[in-house]
Design a protein around this ligand. Structure first.
Ligand code: UDP
Length: 367
């Protein structure tokens, strides 16, 4: 190992336990990053809500589970809503546990998109790093992220450039992308499968547009993901009299990738500034081209005409046209792109660089 071994405390999302799907893409980000950091020889203490499960064990990994009530997610609140901390909330408890152990660690990494850990950064001797997982969905979050950027610019990182543009930052943003364990995704060369869509079933993910595309092509749409908004799911299911959606449920990565890999294309239809878009890269890892709206992360993951197509947001006609052309994309390009840009190893190396940069800066006054 070239670099010094770091002792790191990782604090998980407070929105749900790892494996529940409630935390969205952040859950897999944490799991992949832990594996990547362990591969690089670092020591990890993971602090996560009770019920969290990791699909592997390691001598370099210790897990502390904390009981408490889930935090509400910012993406379903209004822009000007205040910070909410429910009674018996898991969020402050995760942080009490983290700060109790902080003197044994080189750094703490926060994965919660929430106000408290960001604010705590100002009060602690230990360096708290934040991997920001969403665009600016709320004013108070935008304010605190901007404040931390001005005080400790090297302690913030983002998944994509376009996501970071939502915030008023002191310096150029540190972009770490995301990463996935390549052993978990098998390349599938079959070009003739069905159309797929994956994500939380919630309005900001725009499933209804993919349903319209499948309907126009006279096909079924295979849909994977946690139903977060039941009313929205049922409305989307009933847009057409004909049954278009084939619900596949929320399933673990090994099954998900196997089923996803059989698709000839993944349709991705965000209606918000998608911070990254894990499912896009997971599809590409299996060799599945992705046709996505150019809104947020997809614009930095899809090279138009190489590993998929980018379509103007909300342009359903454009989506239909691009879907008809999907056989022009070589499935091998998708896997190659993934192996080069988004394995958990390259992700962990980018995170390691970020941490080293942040740890070697002494005073916020330098900036
Ligand atoms: N996912 C899963 N099983 C499923 C469908 C989805 O584990 O059946 C996971 C997928 O691996 C991804 C996450 O759900 O990590 C969705 O993350 P994404 O970044 O696409 O969107 P987010 O929910 O964070 O907005």
């Amino acid at each position: 190992m070239v670099n010094k071994q770091l002792k790191l405390i990782l604090v998980s999302t407070p929105i749900g336990c790892l494996g529940s799907g409630k935390g969205g893409g952040v859950e897999l980000t944490i799991i992949s990053l832990i594996k990547g950091l362990i591969l690089l020889g670092h020591k990890i203490i993971l602090i996560a809500p009770k019920g969290s499960k990791l699909p592997f064990e390691s001598e370099l990994l210790e897990i502390k589970l904390i009981d408490g009530i889930d935090q509400p997610s910012w993406q379903h609140q209004n822009k000007t809503d205040p910070v909410i901390i429910p009674s018996n909330s898991v969020l402050p408890k995760l942080w009490e546990a983290a700060l109790d152990l902080a003197n044994q660690a080189d750094a703490v990494i926060n994965f919660a998109y929430d106000w408290l850990p960001l604010w705590l950064t100002k009060t602690q001797g230990i360096k708290i790093f934040h991997l920001i997982s969403m665009g600016a969905e709320s004013l108070i979050m935008k304010e605190i992220i901007s404040e931390i950027s001005h005080l400790f610019p090297f302690q913030l990182a983002f998944h994509t450039k376009i996501q970071s543009k939502d915030y008023d930052l002191k310096t150029d943003p540190i972009i770490v992308g995301n990463g996935f364990d390549k052993k978990n995704y098998l390349y599938n060369k079959n070009e003739n499968g069905p159309l797929g869509w994956a994500g939380r079933i919630a309005p900001e993910k725009g499933l209804e547009d993919a349903v319209r595309v499948a309907n126009d092509l006279g096909e079924k749409l295979l849909v994977w993901g946690l139903i977060e908004d039941k009313e929205y799911a049922s409305k989307t299911e009933n847009i057409f009299k004909k049954e278009i959606i084939e619900w596949k449920g929320f399933i673990p990565t090994n099954k998900f990738q196997e089923q996803l890999g059989r698709c000839r294309a993944l349709i991705n239809t965000p209606k918000w500034n998608e911070a990254y878009g894990n499912v896009i890269v997971e599809a590409m890892a299996c060799g599945v081209p992705v046709i996505a709206y150019d809104l947020g992360g997809p614009g930095e993951l899809i090279e138009d005409g190489f590993n998929g197509f980018l379509v103007k947001p909300n342009d359903i006609e454009g989506m239909i046209k691009a879907t008809k052309l999907v056989s022009k994309i070589k499935r091998k390009n998708c896997r190659d792109w993934f192996e080069k840009k988004a394995t958990n190893k390259v992700f962990a190396e980018r995170v390691e660089n970020w941490l080293n940069k942040g740890l070697n800066k002494n005073l916020s006054a330098e900036f």
